[in-house]
Design a protein around this ligand. Structure first.
Ligand code: IPE
Ligand code: IPE
Ligand code: MG
Length: 249
């Protein structure tokens, strides 16, 4: 059954606060159309802009997207360079519209391997949108879940800590100010985490779809929200222990 925003009333009481997305399938989308892979990335950026609107309208507080993994440097040099160009476009141009829409932009990941121009554009884009109160869009770029845990551990070592608690580590992770993702979506048919937010997704609800990211749209996002709304999040407890309002209908 197709779930359409015009036909389905979303359960707004169960909209995730934080949605994390692996936007996968760009290359295959382009290949199916006999286009160069990078055209899929270009279309993918347009879809991301749409999804920011859809999430903001639904009341999602944080949308975190995996744009470039620590492993994606292994791709052909021309694809990597196209992706860097697209990143710059997002940071320098697309951010202006995002700012008008009240979005707060953040970038997480290891910035050291980016060009100086990209690094400066990240700082500017974050500063421009820092005081906005709408959706927080976080772009994970040169990000890896293992890298994140290691940089947090190293920061604690630098502080001279010899023993660390769960909350010590959590505080040093990228995105520590956001709630942990409630809903994790991966498009493109693969059912793996590919080194995304390993620590933060301990209790995320997983949602996989075969839809390729450039084909993802508002209806698809609402379908994911509906799936999320039907989950019972027990966090280790039994169903009977949950407050009445959290139990499955
Ligand atoms: C995801 O799409 C975007 C990035 C990894 C940058 P892919 O480029 O991985 O697309 P497929 O998986 O090859 O179709
Ligand atoms: C994961 O997608 C990373 C991003 C979407 C940025 P990949 O396409 O790189 O993942 P694998 O290699 O199929 O696991
Ligand atoms: Mg892929």
């Amino acid at each position: 059954m197709a779930i359409s925003s015009t036909q389905t009333v979303l359960d707004y009481t169960k909209i995730p606060r934080h949605v994390a997305v692996i936007m996968d399938g760009n290359g295959r989308w382009a290949k199916k159309r006999f286009l160069p892979r990078v055209m899929g990335h270009k279309k993918g950026l347009d879809v991301l802009e749409d999804m920011c609107r859809v999430c903001a309208e639904a009341g999602v507080g944080y949308l975190t997207v995996f744009a470039f993994s620590t492993e994606n440097w292994r791709r052909p040099a021309d694809e990597v360079s196209f992706l860097m160009g697209l990143f710059l476009t997002a940071l320098q141009k697309k951010v202006l519209q995002m700012h008008e829409n009240g979005l707060r932009l953040k970038v997480i990941g290891d910035r050291s391997r980016f060009s100086e121009e990209i690094r400066q554009s990240i700082v500017r884009a974050e500063a421009l949108t820092a005081n906005n109160t709408g959706l927080t869009l976080t772009i994970a770029a040169d990000y890896g879940g293992r890298w994140d845990i290691l940089q947090a551990a190293n920061a604690l070592l630098q502080e001279g800590k010899t023993e660390i608690s769960e909350s010590d580590l959590a505080e040093k992770l990228m995105l520590s100010e956001a709630p942990e993702p409630d809903l994790f979506i991966r498009t493109g048919g693969e059912t793996r985490i590919s080194n995304f937010m390993l620590w933060q997704m301990a209790y995320a609800e997983f949602y996989f779809t075969d839809v390729l990211w450039p084909d993802f749209d508002a209806d698809e996002m609402h379908r994911a929200f509906s799936s999320f709304a039907g989950r019972e999040r027990r966090f280790g407890r039994t169903s009977e222990q949950l407050p009445q309002e959290q139990q499955r209908p």
